[in-house]
Design a protein around this ligand. Structure first.
Ligand code: AMP
Length: 212
């Protein structure tokens, strides 16, 4: 049995064409089913639905043989025990610094002020500001980062941006682009040895179906 860990939403939807290329069709729709383990047309392959931030944990500890996870989540979590054979080029977005449109970020940086930054991505933010030599106080949040500058909790946020609509709707502007994000395939290292043939076939099929 091969177990693939996916999160609901964009990653699940955008992984379906890759699975199809490997001859695998998921038999249930996670948006309508309450099941957490989904069967496929292949009796030896199943999909487990987990939170995006839990995908690395499942793969690392062998709860799943492989998974699809954003680069952001992987950097925050660490990659021990996992092999990362492919950038699947799906669920693309960028990690950015954003501030209120009336906050002069460049001046604050130039003056060497301590900037309060709210984010779910504390590791990425810590590295980014350390590389730039900017002093920051990081405030860990678990959701709706956009609210932090509007309420005075923080001066800036570090968050994922796709269309930019969420920032615009909240009078925030992007002031720094930290990195491009896309989702990667991660594979449990022990599983790759024990189930080498079927996993290799699946990885090769995914590789051939990646869109530029
Ligand atoms: P947008 O309004 O299109 O710029 O999307 C921004 C919102 O969607 C933010 O709240 C992000 O945290 C979230 N978001 C955008 N892209 C992704 C992604 N690839 N994975 C997870 N969350 C995302």
């Amino acid at each position: 049995m091969i177990t693939l860990a996916l999160s609901k939403g964009r990653i699940f939807e955008e992984t379906l064409p890759l699975l199809k290329a490997a001859g695998i069709q998921v038999l249930e729709d996670p948006e309508t089913s309450r099941k957490l383990i989904l069967g496929t047309n292949s009796p030896d392959v199943r999909v487990v639905l987990v939170r995006a931030s839990d995908v690395p944990t499942y793969v690392q500890h062998g709860g799943a043989d492989l998974g699809v996870v954003g680069r952001d989540v992987l950097i925050e979590h660490g990659v021990d025990g996992m092999y990362q054979p492919l950038d699947l080029n799906i669920a693309r977005c960028r990690m950015s610094v954003a501030v209120r449109d009336d906050f002069d970020y460049a001046a604050a940086v130039k003056q060497g002020s301590r900037i309060r930054v709210a984010t779910k991505y504390t590791e990425i933010a810590r590295q980014h500001f350390a590389d730039k030599g900017v002093h920051v106080d990081l405030i860990k949040l678990y959701g709706s980062m956009e609210l932090a500058p509007l309420t005075g909790l923080a001066d800036a946020i570090v968050d994922l941006v796709s269309t930019g609509n969420t920032l615009r709707a909240n009078h925030l502007v992007e002031v720094e682009h930290i990195m491009e994000i896309s989702s990667r395939l991660v594979v449990n290292q022990a599983a790759l040895k024990l189930k080498r043939e079927p996993l290799r076939r699946m990885i090769d099929a995914f590789a051939s179906a990646i869109q530029a």
